[in-house]
Design a protein around this ligand. Structure first.
Ligand code: GDP
Length: 256
């Protein structure tokens, strides 16, 4: 396993344009879609945010975008059954996928959306990375594993935000993170290196800088701002923000 150490950001990238320190800031709502046919044609790089209902996805997006209500954080999970697209300052798209796993959603609708999400992450050409939001207290759920199985075959990277860390003591935080890393290595022995695990808390703004460093790399704005380091998966000495896993550069999809 390796980890990412974010360095001072905002340097010019190799194209001579300024790197975006906060890649999600100034995101604007673009469109909502409810089925495959409504997906916009693949074009600019796209980053998808996924997670179980109530895991903290909307809150994470809002914190990274530095907005209070860009993504609608709701106390009624499972309500939104659409993909909301936001346009980033760079022109890239953020796709906010519907939360899954909410018990009260009718089974047929659940199946419909699981199928749609699986197809979307497996086949969307412009997708450069998947941000998976996992409640650190609960760890990886079956539906998270299902979505990862659909996506990892593409060879593209995953940023797993293990969120709500503020609800755990420091030692439980470390345990929760290690449990997730272990589950990834066990479930995806050949692909776990595609996943970077970042301990995260929206309320404490923990892991924000590390997450942004990974997103910048995916968007081609990194210019070495996220530094890969060798690190034993169970090292207990370093301080947050840090990531586990290897967020390799995205396998850029061919356009067309
Ligand atoms: P979503 O369904 O995945 O979009 O989840 P939300 O973003 O709506 O969050 C679900 C609940 O968890 C809300 O009550 C949030 O305030 C809360 N929440 C989200 N992130 C955090 C966090 O990092 N720390 C704490 N303590 N609560 C959080």
């Amino acid at each position: 396993m390796r980890r990412v150490r974010p360095k001072a950001a905002n340097r010019a990238n190799s194209l001579g344009t300024p790197a975006l320190k906060h890649p999600l800031q100034q995101a604007e709502f673009a469109l909502s879609i409810a089925n495959d046919a409504q997906l916009p044609p693949p074009g600019p790089p796209e980053i998808a945010f996924a997670g179980r209902s109530n895991a903290g996805k909307s809150t994470a997006i809002n914190v990274l975008a530095n907005r209070t209500r860009l993504a609608f954080a709701s106390k009624t999970p499972g309500r939104t059954q659409q993909i909301n697209f936001f346009r980033l300052r760079s022109g890239a798209l953020l796709a906010d996928l519907p939360g899954y796993g909410y018990a009260a959603v009718p089974l047929a609708l659940k199946r419909h959306w699981q199928g749609f999400l699986g197809r979307y992450v497996a086949t969307r050409q412009s997708l450069v990375g998947l941000v998976l939001i996992v409640d650190a207290r609960h760890g990886l759920a079956d539906l998270d594993v299902e979505l990862l199985s659909s996506f990892l075959g593409s060879g593209r990277p995953v940023l797993l935000l293990a969120t709500k860390m503020d609800k755990l003591t420091t030692s439980k935080q470390r345990e929760a993170e290690q449990d997730i890393v272990r589950a990834l290595v066990t479930t995806f022995p050949a692909q776990s290196a595609q996943v970077a695990v970042v301990p995260f808390s929206a309320t404490r703004r923990m892991g924000v800088e590390a997450a942004e460093a990974v997103l910048r790399e995916w968007l081609g704005e990194g210019d070495g701002n996220a530094v890969l380091e060798e690190s034993p998966a169970t090292s207990s000495k370093e301080k947050a923000p840090r990531t586990r896993g290897v967020p390799r550069g995205p396998k850029r999809p061919s356009r067309g």
